[in-house]
Design a binder for this molecule. Structure first.
Ligand code: C2E
Ligand code: CA
Ligand code: CA
Length: 547
């Protein structure tokens, strides 16, 4: 029996008790030989508590039996409740008996209450970081929304997602990953002020809420959050740098309710994740439509390989002085069953985001090498590599196997990579590129002049070619500064002893500029549009007539 029972007579004296009753209050049976009164009982219990907790404990402890009885008889209804005696919590009920006395049932509920408190805590806090969890976030956003609506101010929902957290886990172990999550949690907690909220809502996802009046207030808050990711985190002698993607949506500008606000902050966060340059993105209404569209396209991309919807086109690359053909760049084309021709600029970024670029990239490489191996002249084939392939695929093994399978000699394969490949995880990228070059293939730096255009990139790796982005050529005839960039890149290439290829040459005027500046190679509609193979050979530009 878990309940203690005590029967009191009309003189408020204890007539009868069970074992459990004595246990709960740590009383000995002899104590009842003289029929204690309710008042005496309270005194004994009080003394007992005082010896373990000191006199303060006695004052704090209730007078369970004496104090309640008056109420019991005036209201003529059972009295029940809970009292804390020192470190114990006791639930009790007093019920009047017919003879003018009463029965008290008591139960030690200390464990149960502690358990409940633990559960309540766990259900509202994240066990690892101690931050509020999603449940609490949901409650809080509802309260905050109601509050800002009443007060005519705004609420920003902020979603945070660590970049490449999986790599930290994979490379340094889960303990290090946990340490990073805890450290970030502490920093975020330390960075927030009264009325602000941060929580952890998923593996490497955190969230924050900020009520604000002015844009400056919000910007100041976001700057504080961003600062949490500035310094590396020290874990067992290692400094681990953690980057973050942050998405922000604002009530009432971007949403009418909590769910929409959180969804839209997520959409903004995904955009921040995709962007190489922006780590904080604000929700824009066009994202909704765009993200639906992207999801649909991502689904179709996964099926496109099986359905044979891709093919390659080849665009000729020329030596400017001799006008000799030096090779062809392979450019992928997608014919979607309902959308028709989808340009690579529209689907490559989506394929990169959803991972479909890995099988697609493998297919492109194999197809291009197999095609080139069958060409009559031993011309070079250039294949574009996505940064995602370098970061996530075993590209060295893939290239090696492909060369063996197709019999293409390594000198005939050139891989085109963009600067963003190196910007991400530089050490890894350079390691992969060196291994690739060791296979005997060449590596070109694509789209130079856009994005970072850092000398550092050029110095960090011995590229075999620099490709000037076509945007400069388009403007080179009309704009002096575009021409100056072309000139500078050509000079840079010469000083590094790396040939420069100009992309997007459409007119004779542009070609003249390149000749004057001493640019070695060119590619563009002037020499030929990307064209399909006809019977294994590149169709002539005229015959192909376009993309
Ligand atoms: P990119 O690597 O810079 O490829 C050159 C782009 O310029 C091609 O666009 C080509 O058709 C276009 N182009 C060539 N000459 C001219 C010209 O004279 N004038 C103009 N206006 N454009 C010219 P495309 O085929 O639409 O490809 C766009 C981008 O998609 C490529 O830019 C490349 O970044 C990516 N891409 C294409 N195929 C692949 C692939 O197999 N794998 C990967 N990862 N990316 C690819
Ligand atoms: Ca290219
Ligand atoms: Ca390019």
């Amino acid at each position: 029996m878990t309940q203690g029972l005590g029967l009191f007579d009309a003189q408020y004296r204890l007539l009868l008790v069970n074992e459990r009753f004595l246990e709960i209050f740590d009383l000995s049976e002899e104590a009842f030989s003289k029929r204690l009164s309710a008042q005496e009982l309270d005194d004994i219990i009080g003394d007992r508590i005082a010896t373990t907790l000191g006199t303060a404990g006695r004052a704090a402890s209730g007078e369970l039996f004496g104090r309640h009885v008056g109420r019991l008889f005036t209201q003529a209804e059972p009295v029940s409740g809970e009292e804390t005696f020192g470190d114990r919590v006791v639930a009790f009920t007093h019920v009047v008996t017919g003879a003018g006395g009463w029965v008290t049932t008591v139960e030690d509920v200390t464990e149960r209450r502690a358990q409940e408190a633990r559960l309540a805590y766990l259900s509202r806090f994240d066990a690892l970081t101690g931050l509020p969890n999603r449940t609490q976030f949901n409650d809080r956003i509802a309260l905050d929304l109601a509050w800002v609506a009443d007060n005519g101010i705004k609420l920003a929902a902020v979603g945070l997602d660590l970049n490449k957290f999986k790599e930290i886990n994979d490379q340094r172990g889960h303990a290090a990953g946990d340490a990073v999550l805890v450290a970030i949690g502490r920093r975020l907690e330390g960075a927030t002020q009264d009325g602000e909220f941060v929580g952890r809502v998923g593996g490497d996802e955190y969230c924050a809420l900020k009520k604000f009046r002015t844009q400056t207030e919000l910007a100041e808050f976001l700057a504080r959050i961003e600062r949490c990711f500035r310094d590396p985190i020290r874990v067992e002698e290692n400094d681990i740098s953690v980057a973050v993607s942050i998405g922000v949506a604002i009530y009432p500008d971007d949403a009418t309710d909590a769910e929409q606000l959180v969804n839209n902050a997520d959409l903004a966060k995904y955009r921040a994740k995709r962007s190489v340059t922006q780590n904080v993105c604000f929700y824009e209404a066009t994202m909704d439509e765009a993200s639906r569209e992207r999801r649909a396209m991502a689904r179709d991309l996964w099926d496109a390989l099986d359905r044979n919807e891709f093919h390659l086109t080849y665009q000729v690359q020329k030596n400017i002085r001799s006008r000799d053909t030096i090779g062809y760049e392979a450019l992928i084309r997608w014919t979607h069953p309902t959308r028709g021709a989808v340009p690579p600029d529209a689907f490559i970024p989506i394929a990169e985001e959803c991972g479909a670029i890995l099988p697609i990239g493998r297919w492109v490489l194999k197809r291009a090498c197999a095609d080139a191996a069958a060409w009559a002249d031993s011309l070079r084939v250039a294949v574009n590599l996505s940064p995602v392939q370098i970061a996530n695929d075993d590209i060295v093994k893939l290239v090696h196997e492909t060369l063996l399978e197709t019999g293409l000699s390594p000198q005939r394969l050139e891989l085109e990579i963009t600067e963003s490949t190196i910007i991400g995880d530089k050490a890894h990228a350079l390691h992969v590129l060196r291994q690739l070059k060791a296979l005997g293939i060449t590596v070109a730096l694509d789209d130079f002049g856009t994005g970072y255009s850092s000398l550092d990139t050029l110095n960090s790796f011995p590229f075999d070619k620099i490709k000037i982005d076509r945007s400069f050529l388009m403007e080179a005839e009309a704009k002096d500064d575009s021409r100056a960039i072309v000139k500078a890149v050509v000079a840079l290439g010469r000083s590094l002893d790396v040939p420069v290829l100009a992309e997007g040459v459409e007119t004779v005027g542009q070609l003249n500029i390149l000749e004057e500046e001493g640019c070695e190679e060119a590619q563009g509609f002037l020499f030929g549009r990307p064209a399909r193979l006809i019977e294994g050979e590149i169709a002539t530009p005229k015959a192909a007539g376009g993309n």
